[in-house]
Design a protein around this ligand. Structure first.
Ligand code: NAD
Length: 255
């Protein structure tokens, strides 16, 4: 068990990639705090699923863009599990709207959740990790769009690009404390976020044609990389982005 005795917080941990990460980390022995936003039912079901295989998990409602709610999430994790060793900044949203038509409030919401949320959770978790004096791991679920442009998704691309520079900068600041910070950058993953796209055959076929492996990633494949980055085996890996995209970023055209 690669994460035995570790405590992990997974934001947006009740759905898609976050759910797969919570399950994978619990299977590796971590005690997992599942942050959720909205309906409690999926998070409760996940806690039960983890407990059914002998794992240990709890759920807590917190909006990652609200400083007081993030503070409460970390305080509850420390109270319930005695500390925090791993933070996975997974919560995220997107709104596909042409730049010229995007209302300011929509842009601001994406930035507040995808970028400010990573800032708030990372700062609160790192402060606790430094206090504990036993290092730590911060893994951000960024995207290929921290680097790759995507028309109609400017707010999302800006947020993930911001996550990349935030990750690299705080990784340098936190390295002396034994805390690593890295980005995981998926291409297209089969989750609720891409459900609408999957239903549109023309867009779905166009997407698959851009992926040399001709399929979306399974959330479990993203979770496997996160579990590795959170483990002791990854102790010397920091300030880096890891693309996991079936070759999509190579832009090599049709095969
Ligand atoms: P998802 O919609 O299944 O999960 C998103 C999660 O974030 C949900 O649990 C949701 O409740 C939570 N969330 C939304 N707003 C929140 C808030 N204010 N506070 C706390 N939680 C909040 O989608 P997903 O595909 O699993 O996305 C997870 C992450 O992966 C996101 O950061 C996304 O940008 C990234 N990502 C997804 C894909 C993809 O193709 N699906 C590709 C690259 C990166």
């Amino acid at each position: 068990m690669r994460l035995a005795d570790k405590v992990a917080v997974v934001t947006g941990g009740d759905s898609g990639i976050g759910k797969a990460i919570a399950l994978a980390m619990a299977r590796e022995g971590a005690r997992v705090m599942i942050d959720y936003f909205g309906d409690v039912a999926p998070a409760s079901a996940l806690v039960e699923q983890i407990e059914n295989f002998g794992g240990n998990a709890a759920a807590f409602a917190a909006d990652v863009s609200k400083p007081d709610e993030v503070e409460a999430l970390l305080a509850q994790t420390v109270k319930h599990f005695g500390g925090v060793d791993i933070l996975v900044n997974n919560a995220g949203i997107e709104h596909r709207t042409p730049f010229l038509e995007t209302p300011f409030d929509l842009y601001r919401k994406v930035i507040e959740i995808n970028l400010t949320g990573v800032w708030l959770c990372s700062q609160a978790a790192a402060q606790q990790m430094v206090k504990q004096k036993r290092g730590g791991r911060i893994v951000n679920i960024s995207s290929v769009h921290e680097d790759l442009t995507m028309p109609t998704n400017a707010s999302y691309c800006a947020s993930k690009g911001g996550v990349r520079m935030l990750m690299r900068t705080i990784a340098v600041e936190l390295a002396p404390h034994g805390i690593t910070v890295n980005d995981v950058c998926p291409g297209a993953v089969d989750t609720p976020m891409d459900a609408a796209l999957k239903k549109d055959k023309r867009k779905y076929d166009a997407l698959l044609s851009e992926i040399p492996m001709r399929r979306m990633a399974k959330p479990e494949e993203i979770a496997a990389l996160c579990t590795f980055l959170a483990s002791e085996d990854a102790a010397y890996i920091t300030a880096s982005s890891y693309v996991i995209d079936g070759g999509m970023m190579q832009k090599s055209g049709s095969l």
